[in-house]
Design a protein around this ligand. Structure first.
Ligand SMILES: NC(=O)c1ccc[n+]([C@@H]2O[C@H](COP(=O)([O-])OP(=O)(O)OC[C@H]3O[C@@H](n4cnc5c(N)ncnc54)[C@H](O)[C@@H]3O)[C@@H](O)[C@H]2O)c1
Length: 244
């Protein structure tokens, strides 16, 4: 795996937002490493973007180390931590979430992101100019009900981003987060009804549903040198559903 182009690894890019971001970054000239727990989907998207597939379960330290071994010698200029348990989640009040489900969501969305970033640090350090983008959620700003494990994991990820930005400053590695609002992808989900989407769009400043393409420009900006003086920030990409 060697390339003249800048290299970015996008987790959870076998489908949905991750795939859209992988496609957009490839169009902008990045060599994209498509990382996903689902190896087949990773390979299929890697073929679409002309990149390479990395099979990894970010909730497993061993799997993260194996992925890092696969990248030994690679200089990783960008890391987009996008993988999460999201579209498969059922909504329920926090008192109905059992311990196993709580731990599963935190284990992927927060612990997994920490674990993979830790494993990939040598590859990020090899770049000399690396940037990390963590995909959180605007659900944090609205305290979206019936999603306590998910919202807690994403709030934790924002905190983790701030600490990463401080601890990696000396290594010249920047870390920022993005908080997307509700994004329509090719994956159907039961967590938002058509009526909820309609009401949400009405409440946004930009009155249309979001697609994965709406994340591409912001992620590309945060990865690239145009944001060279931006670190430890959260960029909200929810069409103005929330204003801050
Ligand atoms: N779609 C939205 O409305 C929305 C809104 C705000 C934030 N987000 C965030 O954006 C990201 C992508 O959302 P999406 O809608 O594409 O979700 P999705 O559920 O469709 O896709 C998640 C991807 O992550 C992968 N994944 C899951 N567990 C993994 C693991 N342990 N290791 C590696 N890969 C794993 C899945 O295989 C899948 O490809 C998530 O972090 C999500 O929380 C989504």
């Amino acid at each position: 795996m060697s390339t003249e182009r800048k290299t970015v690894l996008v987790t959870g890019s076998g489908q949905g937002i991750g795939r859209g971001v992988a496609l957009g970054l490839a169009e902008r000239g990045w060599h994209v490493l498509v990382a996903d727990i689902d190896e087949q989907r990773a390979k299929s998207v890697a073929a679409e973007v002309g990149g390479d597939a990395v099979a990894v379960d970010i909730s497993s330290a061993e799997s993260c180390r194996a992925a890092a071994d696969q990248l030994s010698g690679v200089a990783l200029d960008g890391l987009v931590n996008n993988a999460a348990l999201f579209s498969t989640l059922a909504m329920k009040p926090f008192w109905e979430i059992d311990e196993a489900e709580w731990n599963r969501v935190l284990g992927v969305n927060l612990t997994g992101t920490w674990q993979l970033t830790k494993a990939l640090l040598p590859a990020l350090r090899r770049s000399g100019d690396a940037s990390i983008v963590n995909v959180a959620a605007s659900a944090v700003w609205i305290g979206r009900p019936n999603y306590a494990h998910y919202v807690a994991s994403k709030a934790g990820l924002i905190g983790l981003t701030y600490v990463m930005s401080r601890e990696l400053a000396g290594a010249g590695i920047r870390a920022n987060a993005v908080t997307p609002g509700s994004v329509q992808t090719e994956i159907p989900r039961t967590t938002i009804t058509a009526e909820q989407v309609r009401r949400q769009v009405e409440a946004q400043n930009v009155q249309r549903p979001a697609t994965p393409g709406d994340l591409v420009g912001v992620v590309a900006f945060l990865l690239g040198s145009d944001s060279g003086f931006v670190s430890g920030q959260t960029v909200n990409v929810d069409g103005g559903l929330t204003v801050r």
